[in-house]
Design a protein around this ligand. Structure first.
Ligand SMILES: Nc1nc2c(c(=O)[nH]1)N=C([C@H](O)[C@H](O)COP(=O)(O)OP(=O)(O)OP(=O)(O)O)CN2
Ligand SMILES: [Zn+2]
Length: 122
C-alpha cells in the first residue's frame, strides 16, 4: 500500500549549462509542488504504514532547506533541474523515511514535472 504527502516551495535557480544569453541561464524563480510517496504494509496494531506526523516533520525539514533559497547554492543542487531536485529530495528523506517509494516534483506554471522512483529503479 502507498501513502503520500505533498509540500510546496518557491525557489530561485539558474541553469549554468544553458547557452550564454539564454533565459534559463539567468536567475529566475519557480513554484514547485512535491509529492512524497511511502510504501509499506499497514501495521496490524495501528493500521498505518507510517504516521503522517513523522512524514510531515521530515518533509518540512527538507522544505526548510529549499524554500526561498537559491537552489544552485545547495550542495548537490549545483545543476538544479527537476530531475536533480527529485533525486536530492529522495536522498534527504531516504534515511529518516526508509519506506520512501517515489518523489514527484511538479512545476505547474510550465506544466512540467519529474517522477523519481529511487536509484534502484533507474
Ligand atoms: N529536463 C529538464 N529540462 C529543463 C528543466 C528541467 O528541470 N528539466 N528546467 C528548465 C528551466 O528551469 C526553465 O526555467 C524552465 O523553462 P520553461 O519550460 O521555458 O518555463 P518558464 O521558465 O518559461 O516558466 P515560468 O512559467 O516562467 O515559470 C529548462 N529545461
Ligand atoms: Zn527554471
Amino acid at each position: 500500500m502507498k501513502i503520500y504527502k505533498e509540500f510546496l516551495f518557491d525557489a530561485a535557480h539558474f541553469l549554468p549549462y544553458a547557452e550564454e544569453g539564454h533565459p534559463n541561464r539567468r536567475m529566475h524563480g519557480h513554484s514547485f509542488r512535491v509529492v512524497v510517496w511511502l510504501k509499506g504494509k499497514p501495521a496490524a496494531e495501528t493500521g498505518i504504514v507510517r504516521h503522517f506526523e513523522d512524514v510531515e516533520r521530515e518533509i518540512m525539514a527538507v522544505r526548510e532547506k529549499l524554500d526561498h533559497h537559491l537552489l544552485n547554492e545547495i550542495e548537490g543542487l549545483e545543476f538544479p533541474t527537476l530531475e536533480r531536485i527529485a533525486a536530492w529530495i529522495w536522498d534527504a528523506l531516504a534515511t529518516p523515511l526508509p519506506e520512501i517509494a517515489r518523489v514527484e516534483v511538479h512545476r505547474a506554471s510550465c506544466r512540467e514535472g519529474c517522477i523519481y522512483d529511487g536509484p534502484e529503479a533507474e
